[in-house]
Design a protein around this ligand. Structure first.
Ligand code: UD1
Length: 363
């Protein structure tokens, strides 16, 4: 079978980025195949996003599951290689910066399958985060690079990436948010979780915040101080659950830990929140769009536009309580939103891909 465009998705943040591209290519009648690597496999980390976002069922699930970086990435490479040899697509599309992104790109590059990267060129310049390694290496292998933010164009040029493949298209994660806005019912979801009108939402899952008992204990202390300001609801990624439970996070009466949530339920909570506390990448952008003050527990961000044109502030764990106090006092962000965050990035990408496919020699 020859599919024109094959998409590889693997982990939670990929799904929101891919849905608008798949929809726009589908509307244009492009033949597509969807490979799910299975990096995320719990119903709450994967299936619920396919339902919420109206994503088509994957054509194949490689079931790579969890593991060390080497094991997980190797399983993605081997599985995607097998699929690409069988299907011989004209283009592989990968998203974001997770292990599935890099694994799929490596498999395709060795088979000379051209690659497009959605969310290319973001840089934190912090190689201690696996995502930075994944995105730098992926970008080196791509023919088409779709960037969400203008500074990415300069970073790619300085890394020797040919400029004719680089397209500034805006942010497909924001497309998904725009498309789902009518379905985000903050009052209903807040009531479902028994929250008062003024509450905060928190997500913390990065290895440097959750993988050691010491880090989890420091974070727990800071979260307890934050919860003195307003109640906090915290959907917990499976990665951090045991550590946070052991550190006594839920022992503060203002903290509600719950299971990881689906897209619509989580974004409804963010929409209604007085502030967000996070170490996630996407939440920094989603809060900017929704104008919710965001405190990011990371030393650096690869999304600086959320700080310069948004409500995001990078904070250390010992600064969290005072930052929460200030954010609640300041209220929603009122400035300009970043360029091209208009809900039309998926169609822009589809136009470039269709033009590129038309320029290729017949197979
Ligand atoms: C991955 C991405 C990260 C992204 C995050 C979003 C990489 C390097 N990291 O991190 O950029 O922000 O997804 O969620 O790709 N687990 C489950 N069920 C699941 C998935 C994971 O229980 O469905 C648990 C397992 O214990 C696993 C751990 O979470 O070992 C980590 O999962 P993994 O996919 O390796 O990385 P994430 O921390 O989810």
């Amino acid at each position: 079978m020859q599919a024109l465009v094959t998409h590889v998705l693997g982990a939670r943040p990929n799904f929101m980025k891919a849905a608008p591209v798949i929809r726009a290519l589908g509307a244009a009648g492009v033949e597509q195949v969807l490979i799910h690597t299975g990096q995320h496999y719990d119903a709450r980390m994967s299936d619920v996003f396919f339902t919420d976002l109206g994503l088509p069922e994957p054509d194949v699930n490689l079931q790579v599951g969890s593991g060390l970086h080497g094991e997980q990435t190797a399983a993605v490479i081997a599985g995607v290689e097998r699929e690409l040899m069988e299907r011989r697509p004209s283009l592989l599309v990968v998203y974001g910066d997770v292990n599935s992104t890099l694994g799929a790109a490596l498999a395709a590059a060795k088979l000379h399958v051209p690659i497009a990267h959605v969310e290319a060129g973001l840089r934190s310049f912090d190689n201690t985060m696996p995502e930075e390694i994944n995105r730098r290496l992926t970008d080196q292998l791509c023919k088409l690079l779709f960037v969400t933010s203008p500074e990415a164009i300069g970073y790619l040029a300085s890394e020797g990436v040919a400029s004719d493949g680089v397209h500034f298209v805006g942010n497909t994660m924001i497309d998904t948010l725009v498309a789902c806005l009518p379905q985000l019912d903050a009052a209903r979801v807040r009531a479902m979780h028994g929250l008062p009108e003024r509450y905060m939402v928190a997500t913390l899952h990065r290895p440097f915040n959750v993988d050691s008992p010491e880090a989890a204990a420091l974070l727990t202390k800071a979260m307890h101080q934050a919860a003195d300001e307003a109640p906090v609801i915290m959907p917990v990624h499976p990665r951090g659950r045991a550590r946070f439970e052991a550190a006594g996070l839920a022992e503060h009466p203002g903290i509600r830990m719950c299971e990881a949530l689906g897209y619509l339920e989580f974004m409804s909570l963010v929409r209604g929140a007085a502030a967000a506390i996070t170490d996630s990448a996407g939440v920094q952008e989603e809060t900017t769009f929704l104008r919710v003050p965001c405190l990011t527990l990371r030393p650096v961000t690869e999304r600086p536009v959320t700080v310069t044109s948004g409500s995001n502030r990078l904070v250390r764990v010992d600064e969290l309580a005072s930052a929460v106090h200030d954010a609640l006092a300041a209220g929603p962000y009122r400035g300009e939103l970043p360029a091209l965050w208009d809900g039309l990035s998926g169609p822009r990408i589809a136009r470039v891909i269709i033009g590129w496919l038309a320029s290729q020699p017949l197979r």
